[in-house]
Design a protein around this ligand. Structure first.
Ligand code: BTN
Length: 243
C-alpha cells in the first residue's frame, strides 16, 4: 500500500508531496520523508516546524482513494492514527489528542498534523497529510523548550524512525478502512479536555478568544466551547492554549 521515498533534506515534504499531486505525478499511498526540512511548516502558513536533522519523523502522505464520508475528516483520522501509534510504541504513557489534531504527552506537544486537500475545480484530487513527530530530538530551543517533548525524552531511549513511521502508517490504513469509527473515537479521545478547565483559542485570522471551556465537537468535527458569557461558541479551526 505504501510507496516510501526518503530524502536527506527537503525544504518541506508537504510542499514536495503537494507539487507531485498537483502535477499528476503522485499516487495513492506515496509517502515523502525527509531527514531534515529547511522550510518545514505548521498548520498555519506563518508557523514553522523546526527539526534537529536526522532525529525526527517528517513525512507527508498522499491519499487519493479516501472513503467519501471521511474526505473532509482526514485531519482527525491522521491525528488519531498518530495517537494510537504513540501508544503502541510507549504503552501506558499519558498521550492525548488536543483538538483538532496535536498529540500531547502531559500537555507537551510531541506531534503536529497538517492535512491539506488539493482540488481541481469541484473535484477532490487528493489529500496530503503532513506529520511531524518528535522522536529522538533531545534539545528544543527558546520558548519551544517548555512546550515540546520527544519519545526519547520520555523513554530515555533512541527509537528507530522506521518503527514510528510504520506504526503511524499501519494505524492510518486501519482508519481508512474503518471510516465510521473515526468520530466515535475522536469524541471519546477528546473527553479528557473536560478536565482542563479554561483555555484560550487563536483562530486562523489571529484573533484570540479566552476563558473557553470544552463542551464537545459537532458532527463535522468543529469545536464546541462554552464562552465566559455563558454562550456556546463553535470554532472550525484554531490553536488552543492551555493555562
Ligand atoms: C502543526 O502542528 O502546526 C503541524 C505541523 C506539521 C509538520 C509536518 S513535518 C512534515 C510535513 N512537512 C511540513 O512542512 N510540515 C509537515
Amino acid at each position: 500500500m505504501w510507496n516510501i521515498q526518503v530524502f536527506a533534506e527537503l525544504p518541506s515534504t508537504q510542499r514536495n508531496a503537494k507539487q507531485l499531486l498537483q502535477s499528476g505525478k503522485a499516487k495513492h499511498g506515496d509517502v515523502i520523508i525527509a531527514l531534515h526540512q529547511t522550510e518545514g511548516r505548521g498548520r498555519f502558513e506563518s508557523r514553522v516546524w523546526h527539526d534537529e536533522s536526522g532525529t525526527n519523523l517528517l513525512m507527508s502522505i498522499v491519499l487519493t482513494d479516501i472513503p467519501s464520508p471521511i474526505e473532509d475528516k482526514m485531519q482527525f483520522a491522521a491525528g488519531l492514527s498518530v495517537l494510537r501509534a504513540m501508544r503502541t510504541i510507549l504503552p501506558n504513557e499519558p498521550f492525548h489528542i488536543k483538538w483538532p489534531n496535536d498529540i500531547l504527552h502531559n500537555r507537551k506537544k510531541i506531534s503536529g498534523v497538517l492535512s491539506e486537500a488539493i482540488w481541481t475545480g469541484n473535484s477532490l484530487k487528493g489529500v496530503v497529510i503532513g506529520i511531524g513527530i518528535n522522536v529522538n530530538q533531545e534539545h528544543f530551543s527558546g520558548d519551544i523548550a517548555a512546550r515540546a517533548i520527544s519519545l526519547k525524552k520520555i523513554s530515555g531511549q533512541n527509537i528507530p524512525l522506521e518503527e514510528v513511521r510504520d506504526a503511524v502508517l499501519l494505524e492510518l490504513d486501519r482508519n481508512l478502512h474503518m471510516p465510521a469509527d473515526i468520530f466515535i473515537n475522536l469524541r471519546n479521545e477528546l473527553e479528557w479536555m473536560r478536565g482542563i478547565g479554561q483555555f484560550s483559542l487563536t483562530d486562523s485570522d489571529g484573533t484570540n478568544f479566552s476563558g473557553l471551556r470544552y463542551e464537545g465537537i459537532t458532527d463535522d468535527g468543529a469545536l464546541i466551547t462554552n464562552a465566559p458569557s455563558g454562550e456556546q461558541r463553535i470554532f472550525q479551526n484554531g490553536t488552543l492554549h492551555f493555562a
